[in-house]
Ligand binder design. Sequence first.
Ligand code: BJW
Ligand code: ZN
Length: 245
Amino acid sequence: MIEISDSLIDTLKNSESIVFFTGAGISAESGIATFRGKEGLWNKFKPEELANFDAFMRNPELVWEWYNYRRRIVHEAKPNAAHLTIAKMQNHFKDVTVVTQNVDNLHRRAGSKKIFELHGNIEKNYCINCKKDFNEELDFSSGVPKCDCGGLIRPGVVWFGEFLPEDQYLGGEKAAMNAEVFFVVGTSAVVYPAAGLVYTAKASGATIVEINIEETEISSSVNYSYFGKAGEILPKIFEEYKLRV
Ligand code: BJW
Ligand code: ZN
């Protein structure tokens, strides 16, 4: 049984600004596969082989097949105890911000209000040429859908080699700089510039708390590590906090 340290609860009691930096692992208990590790493979492809523009141009049908498959899973999924706990914490702290690498909307569906989406949103699409948004349901009956300008329509997510949406990244960076407690939940913390926010928060004086089922790239740099499922550990931290407020 994992014990939550008294000093972390004391720090939380004295904090107003809490940030949750999240990755695919927070949605694993909702039935959404993570990217890395053996669970992360889809049809034997690594995410790096599909989540890039060249792969899309080479084989848009294949990349769309992956996104449409994931879209169906996301629609059927529900926020889990970790997403719901973060949303509940909004009633107990002055400023709760979610900075997520996930594209699955589960933080919003759980009720979190202040969310920065660093890697886009799987519900969105846009034209590769004129960048027009196509956020309605797409029709694949005659192949990969195209814009009036002739450009292919692509998922509204951020692929390798692409810049993150500036407003979302700057919002996440500002939150990291202002955080008193910065939780890092369910991410392997290997994809940049997102993972760099952990070091931004640390350099700005935040207490860093990692929650993951295993050690990661950042484990040796954090103040507290809790190894276990996010859907079990986050509710436990919140319960201990409420007992001691
Ligand atoms: C649990 C759990 C449970 C499980 N409870 N925990 C060399 C060095 C440094 C950087 C680079 C480099 N070469 C290239 C780069 C840049 C590149 C990069 O970082 N690459 C690295 C992989 C090396 N980054 C980029 O390209 C970014 N853009 C950029 O840099 O722009 C500047 C630029 C522009 C032009 C030219 C050059 C540079 C863009 C990155 C975009 C990432 N996109 C994806 C796909 C999004 C769309 C989609 O969903 O399809 O984002 S890739 C994928 O990885 C996705 C994720 O958001 C991201 C991070 O993954 P995450 O969330 O950490 O998931 P996993 O699976 O890795 O980890 C899950 C974790 O959960 C594990 O630790 C488990 O243990 C844990 N877990 N169950 C708690 N129940
Ligand atoms: Zn267009």
